[in-house]
Structures are given as C-alpha cells and as structure tokens.
Ligand binder design. Structure first.
Ligand code: MG
Length: 398
C-alpha cells in the first residue's frame, strides 16, 4: 500500500467565554486533523496539536511530500523520520497509519494490539476552573454540579493560578456542596514549589475523596517530587508533556511519582505512547492518560487503556480513569462516543463498542456504542464524524 494523498483540516473555534488554568486563559480551541489515503483506497485519520499555521505549512511543505509514495505499512520508520522535524505531527501520522494497517488486516485496533482486558473505561470530568466571572469560584462549582447531574463521579479542578487561600476557599466550597458525590483531582499545572504544595496537606488529611495531586511542580524536580510523595497523604501524578517512555524513567527510578500521565499526542506516536503505558505496568505504577485536545486522541487513549492489563485486583479498581474534557470544545464532539444527550451513572465508556473502531472508522456501516444509565446501548453511525468535519472546515485557520 503506497501513500497516495494526504489531506489536512486545520480547525479553530473561538471561545465566547475564555476559561483557564494556572497557565492563563484559553481564548480559542483548535484541532488539526489529517487523512492519509493509500493507493488501495484504504484511508486513516490522525490528529495533532500545535499552532495551526505551523502544522499546515509543515505538512504541506515537508511532511506530505516526504510521505507520498512511501509504504503505509512502514509506520515506525516513517514516524521516526517525521519526529525529527515535528514530534506532534508524527503522532498524528502514527494514528492514521495505525488505522490503515488495522483496516488492511481486517482487525480492530484493540485486536491489532493484542486484545482487550477491559470492557469499560472510567473517565473523569476535566475542568478549567478559572474564568473572567467575578465570582469564578461560584461559576466553577456550578459547572461541577452540572457534571454531577450528568453522571460524573470523578472531577479534575485547577489550582495554582490564584493565591493558595483563594484556591483552598474554592475547594472548601466544592467539598461543602459535593463531597458526597465526587472524587477530586487537583491540578496545579506545575505552578508550586514543594513548600506551597505542602500547604495542601491539611486538606488532604481532612477529606478522603482526593484522587491525586497533579503536577504541583515542574516535572524535572525529581528529588522534590520524591520528598513530596512521602510528605503528602494522596498520590502524586504527572507527565502530560513528557515526550517518551524513556523520559519517565528518572521519575520511576527515584520513586518520585505514583501515577504516570502520558498524552497520546505528545509522545513518540501512538506506539511510543503505548510504551509509556506499558512502562507504568512494568514498574508497578498506575497510569491515567492526559487527553485534552480532540476527540480522536481521546479515542486512541480509550483504546489503549482498554488493552492494558488491570493495575489491581480490587473490585471496581481494575482500570484507571481517562481524562474527559467537559469544557466548551466542539472538537471533542467530532466522534459520537460523546453523545450530548446521554446520562450515565458512572460515566463508563464501553470498550466493546470501541473495539469495532479499527475496521469501521470512516465506514458508514461502523458504529460506536456508549453505555447509558439503564444499561442501554445507543448506536450512532461513525460517518457523522465526517459531516461534522466538513462543516467545521469552513472555520478559517488563524
Ligand atoms: Mg494537568
């Protein structure tokens, strides 16, 4: 199978109401999709993230001319070359070539990867807690309340962008309203030092519904992470910007972290990303993928987690949760696994439905299933994705 054509789809959505974290406000969301078509007629889709004009220029002036005429089966060598030019572009190409080889083999992605261990994957609602609202704390709590009504029982909220006092008041308000209903992740986006992180320990000791503290400090402060891991009473997580399994090794070797958080779009392609998942398992650590940008990378994270052996034997604790962006972002809704009208009790995505993706993605006969609250499964044709993409393509790139 020779690569015959590559199409690109730079998508931009301006946010009417900016939202943010310790790194500042987001005023838009973007998504860069690509479609690789082979001379056999088999195609595959990929997604990557960066400044859209950079990706568009990079693909059309260098990556696409390099790919045309190459064997689509040579995924790893092709991705290795593109990675030298732009690692995140290589991750998107890796996704598309994975889909192509699965279709060629007549296998689902999960079967291609050795089969599923999990039938359902838990997800947590991920928030950007800061807004321009004068009452940002109240606004944030109302968003979480809405997610609880929608069935989420795990949430991630942001800290580190306000004073510790303000952030702690926000979390205390959240606990007073929803402590019985939710487990909470706190994400500081690397904005603290160890002393600031330790100021949260009284809160961690007071309530038992914290899942983990995410990236309190820059991830290269290995010794301080090791110190914090023993000083705090909840797990430490991080690594969403770590670029390869190899780069997780210092954290693992020094026992500095509890939960790895690789992102499928930030690593050495989908294959490198799966190496990080496996490294966590080999090291006896939990792994909870970071996925914040688009629907396709989230889908690949769900597929990869479905193919991971259980991390424990405890009932209900065999699979770690995957991030589920609930902020305004049309690109996470491009794939119909995010059904807008569904209400499910525990927000579990059905992996058995995802199992069909590998051979049906881009095929009008394909379906994705989503577990609903009454055990009911709803089917939606995957071709809806393409209709939505074509509509969104009218949005100009910045
Ligand atoms: Mg984070």
């Amino acid at each position: 199978m020779k690569i015959e054509k590559v199409e690109t789809f730079p998508l931009l959505h301006r946010l009417p109401q900016p939202y943010g974290d310790a790194n500042g406000f987001k005023k838009y969301r973007s998504c860069f999709l690509l479609r690789i078509i082979t001379d056999s007629g088999i195609d595959g889709w990929g997604e990557c993230v960066d400044w859209l004009p950079t990706l568009e220029k990079g693909f059309h002036e260098r990556i696409i001319p390099y790919l045309i005429g190459k064997r689509a089966e040579n995924r790893l060598p092709l991705v290795k070359v593109i990675k030298k030019w732009h690692q995140r572009a290589a991750a998107g190409v890796s996704m598309a070539l994975t889909e192509i080889i699965a279709k060629k083999a007549g296998l689902s992605i999960c079967d291609l990867w050795g089969g599923r261990w999990q039938d359902t994957i838990p997800v947590y609602a991920s928030f950007q807690s800061y807004s321009e609202d004068l009452d940002w704390e109240g606004h944030s709590i109302r968003l979480v309340e809405r997610a609880v009504v929608d069935g989420f029982t795990r949430v991630k909220v942001k800290i580190g962008g306000k004073t510790i006092e303000e952030d702690q008041r926000h979390i205390a308000g959240l606990q007073s309203k929803l402590q019985e209903s939710i487990s909470i992740v706190l994400d500081a986006n690397q904005s603290y030092d160890a002393a600031a992180a330790r100021e949260w320990e009284p809160y961690f000791s007071k309530w038992n519904n914290f899942l983990w503290l995410e990236e309190p400090m820059p991830m290269d402060r290995i010794a301080e992470y090791k110190f914090l891991r023993s000083a705090l009473s909840i797990p430490l997580a991080g690594g969403e910007n770590i670029k390869s399994a190899k780069d997780f090794l210092p954290l693992i070797k020094d026992n500095a972290i509890d939960i790895l958080q690789p992102d499928p779009m930030h690593q050495d392609g989908i294959d490198g990303y799966r190496e990080s998942l496996q490294l966590a398992r080999l090291s006896g650590l939990r792994v909870s993928s970071h996925v914040f940008d688009g629907g396709l990378s989230r889908l690949y994270a769900l597929l990869a987690h479905a193919c991971l052996p259980p991390w424990s034997k405890m009932e209900g604790e065999t699979a770690e949760p995957v991030e589920w962006d609930v902020m305004e972002n049309p690109f996470t809704r491009l794939l119909p696994i995010d059904l807008p009208a569904d209400r499910c009790a525990s927000r579990m995505v059905s992996a058995s439905g995802l199992n069909s993706i590998g051979i049906s993605f881009g095929n009008t006969a394909g379906t994705v299933q989503h577990t609903l609250n009454k055990g009911q499964r709803q089917r939606k044709p995957v071709f809806a994705l393409f209709l939505r993409i074509w509509n969104l393509r009218q949005i100009p790139a910045i």
